[in-house]
Ligand binder design. Structure first.
Ligand code: OFO
Length: 163
């Protein structure tokens, strides 16, 4: 049995992970619309990863005999001003998610909920990776700058990374 406040916070994070999936999927459709299929594929792939994050919260709540509550998912933006704006958004979004996970850990500690704290540690490591990946791609997109050939090369690389 988990403390009620903790259950609500975990359900909220499940929703936030679904939103992340929705956001990456929206970014994928944006890249499809500007003919960068490699970036689209990477974002589609990442959307899938976010849904697996959401399912970790789902499975954890079920395993502890708690109720999963599926709330409304906010609609993500649909337009950006190019790949640089997308990856800038991704990095900021992942930093925000890191903050959410940290707050969940703080709550678990304050409730002396060691099992939930232990469950959340996977996400602590995952967020380090999420920020590193986002920042790595952002730096490459920055380097490509206005050079469309460099961007096409990068698009190709992003596509092969998800094959
Ligand atoms: Fe679920 O890690 Fe990204 O947002």
């Amino acid at each position: 049995m988990i403390d009620e406040e903790m259950v609500n916070a975990l359900n909220k994070q499940l929703n936030a992970e679904l939103y992340s999936g929705y956001l990456y999927l929206s970014m994928a459709t944006y890249f499809e619309s500007i003919d960068l299929p490699g970036f689209a594929s990477w974002n589609k792939d990442h959307a899938h990863e976010e849904f697996t994050h959401a399912m970790k919260f789902y499975d954890y709540l079920v395993s502890r005999g708690e109720q999963v509550i599926l709330g409304e998912i906010e609609a993500p933006p649909t337009e950006w001003e190019g790949a640089l704006a997308v990856y800038d958004h991704i990095l900021k979004h992942e930093q925000l998610v890191t903050g959410l996970i940290n707050k969940l850990v703080d709550l678990a500690i304050s409730k002396k909920d060691h099992a939930t704290n232990n469950f959340l540690q996977w996400f602590i490591s995952e967020q380090v990776e999420e920020e590193e990946t986002a920042n790595g791609i952002l730096q490459k997109v920055k380097l490509a700058g206005e050079d469309s050939r460099a961007l096409l090369f990068l698009d190709n690389e992003m596509g092969s990374a998800t094959e």
